[in-house]
Design a binder for this molecule. Structure first.
Ligand SMILES: Cc1cc2nc3c(=O)[nH]c(=O)nc-3n(C[C@H](O)[C@H](O)[C@H](O)COP(=O)(O)OP(=O)(O)OC[C@H]3O[C@@H](n4cnc5c(N)ncnc54)[C@H](O)[C@@H]3O)c2cc1C
Length: 506
């Protein structure tokens, strides 16, 4: 009987439980990846994500060959690929990792499970992250996560029983067709080998000072691990990253600074699954506000001119535009700047969260639906359980890019502008503009402070009128973190509404 190991967002051979389980059965194994054209037409997918996957498929092929096996790449739907395989082989099992994706992959998984059940094929899934399916109680989640992280990391199988490739359907690995062209000249390259190298350089050297250097877009490029696309497409295993960071951080020769950095890094790996768990528990988050009563805060289509200016890095606020352009060019930006980009769209520009969220998803090589939809909602004030964070683009710029180095790198229109004017070029006189060359850079569409104040008031007024304690309590109960300041289960009471802490975040 043949086992199909169905590869999705888990493009590796190390610590791959379905592959190990299939290989140890001693019967033929077909490692399969299906290029699903319909998936690549979803509005949160893009060419850069596919390109990363393609690198990773090439790398995976090398790894599987070392074990005497071969990756079969087909295209179309997974069910049609399995049907084709079944015509030439006695497919008895489909093994894979669990995936927490958007509605489309959820429906796709259901169709595969249904087909297996009708065809009498065993379907088995393993955990890839610390995400729990059909979680009944958030209070027990942390424990489940820790248990998974402690499980031993599995070696890649040394030998995988193979099938003569001439007995397999014709492979088809041509790239999907994309509606929008996607140029990303400095995209991170994919593949496990690169992921493992990044992890090693981070743990050996780059992690020192992690928590001090991850906020500025200048220093974050090196100070952050940059493992996100590798975790998103599973070219490295989260458990292996976690355990390696623990060993490196707890080594007796590790400097205290390094220990601190790696503790902070490990907490991010916990957040990774904490956020994905939200989408797992409530798949509607892809489309609808986490706090259902906040859904009506913005109605009607978005202001298309504002949306376009934000998307193209033409808001007139230099740090915001530099971040958007850097993201366009590289496929990555650090957490703080992702939060600022989203917050500016949602507050100062007062856009409905969905269009900006989809735009950012396409620009992120590391697009991970569970983190992405939860974070974009959180940065738009739609969870109802987190403090509002409205970023002041000028203060952020002065604090995180004081010399304007990052701005000059990404906004050539401002290359000659002196540091004292680089954060507020709209205040330059026509003579200064003519002299320093800021003439071609766009003026802001609105005053950011006034817009922030108006947004804060609009959110506050809406909450007072429409937000109930019951719904806030439901969100806390279902999605609230049980770590950090809320060590105990947070409860909404009549005198305390946890979401009404409105602050202008520096
Ligand atoms: C609006 C918005 C959208 C985001 N969308 C994504 C996304 O699609 N994919 C994605 O991987 N991350 C997303 N993030 C979270 C975070 O910005 C990235 O994980 C991080 O910048 C990736 O760089 P790194 O791997 O070098 O991070 P590091 O700081 O080295 O962190 C290591 C890993 O921890 C996890 N992590 C770090 N920060 C967070 C966080 N705040 N929440 C959840 N997990 C975290 C990631 O898996 C990351 O790869 C988003 C954040 C915001 C504010």
């Amino acid at each position: 009987m043949t086992t199909v190991v169905w590869y999705k967002r888990d493009l590796r051979t190390r610590d791959h439980a379905p592959l190990v389980a299939a290989a140890t059965l001693g019967e033929p194994v077909i490692p399969l990846y299906v290029i699903e054209d319909e998936y690549w037409h979803q509005p949160d997918t893009s060419g850069r994500q596919w390109d990363f996957i393609q690198d990773s498929l090439n790398d995976l092929q090398q790894q599987l060959r070392k074990a005497g096996s071969q990756l079969l790449v087909m295209r179309g739907s997974v069910v049609s690929a399995l049907k084709q395989l079944r015509e030439c082989h006695a497919i008895g099992r489909v093994f894979c990792h669990q995936e927490t994706g958007g509605l489309w992959t959820f429906e796709r998984d259901k169709s595969v499970i249904d087909w297996c059940s009708e065809a009498g094929v065993e379907f088995r899934e393993w955990h890839q992250f610390g995400v729990v399916r059909r979680l009944k109680d958030r209070d027990v989640w942390d424990k489940a996560w820790s248990k998974l992280m402690r499980q031993p990391v599995l070696d890649a199988p040394a030998a995988i029983p193979a099938i003569d490739p001439s007995h397999l359907p014709r492979p088809d690995a041509t790239a999907p067709a994309f509606a929008r062209p996607d140029r990303c000249p400095d995209r991170q390259a994919g593949g496990s080998l690169r992921g493992e190298k990044l992890l090693a350089s981070f743990l050996d050297r780059r992690c020192v000072g992690y928590q001090y250097n991850i906020s500025s877009p200048l220093t974050a490029v090196r100070a952050c691990s940059r493992l996100s696309p590798h975790l998103a497409y599973g070219t490295v295993s989260l458990r292996e990253v976690y355990q390696s960071a623990k060993i490196a951080g707890e080594h007796r020769n590790s400097l205290p600074r390094k220990k601190k950095s790696l503790t902070s890094f490990r907490s991010r790996l916990h957040w990774h699954c904490h956020f994905i768990q939200k989408l797992e528990d409530e798949p509607e988050l892809e489309f609808r506000a986490m706090h259902r009563e906040l859904e009506g805060m913005k109605t009607g289509p978005n202001d298309s001119e504002r949306l376009q200016r934000w998307q193209e890095g033409l808001t007139g606020w230099p740090l915001v535009d530099a971040c958007m352009r850097a993201l366009q060019h590289t496929g990555w930006i650090n957490f703080r700047m992702r939060a600022m980009l989203m917050a500016v769209a949602s507050y100062q520009f007062w856009l409905h969260w969905r269009d900006p969220a989809l735009h950012l998803a396409r620009l992120f090589t590391d697009f991970e639906p569970g983190i992405h939809y939860s974070q974009t909602q959180m940065q738009s004030g739609l969870t109802g359980i987190n403090a509002l964070r409205i970023y002041n683009p000028v203060l952020q710029s002065q604090k995180l890019d004081p010399e304007g180095e990052f701005i000059r790198r990404w906004i050539p229109e401002l290359a000659g502008v002196p540091t004292e004017m680089i954060h507020t070029p709209w205040l330059m006189t026509p003579t200064q503009k003519a002299r320093f060359g800021g003439n071609t850079y766009t003026a802001p569409v609105c005053d950011h402070e006034q817009a922030a104040r108006a947004a804060r008031k609009a959110v506050g007024d809406f909450r007072k009128q429409y937000v109930s304690r019951e719904e806030t309590g439901r969100v806390l109960d279902r999605h609230g973190s049980r770590k950090g300041p809320h060590q105990t289960r947070p409860k909404a009471t009549s005198s305390q509404r946890p979401d009404n802490q409105l602050s202008l975040f520096d």
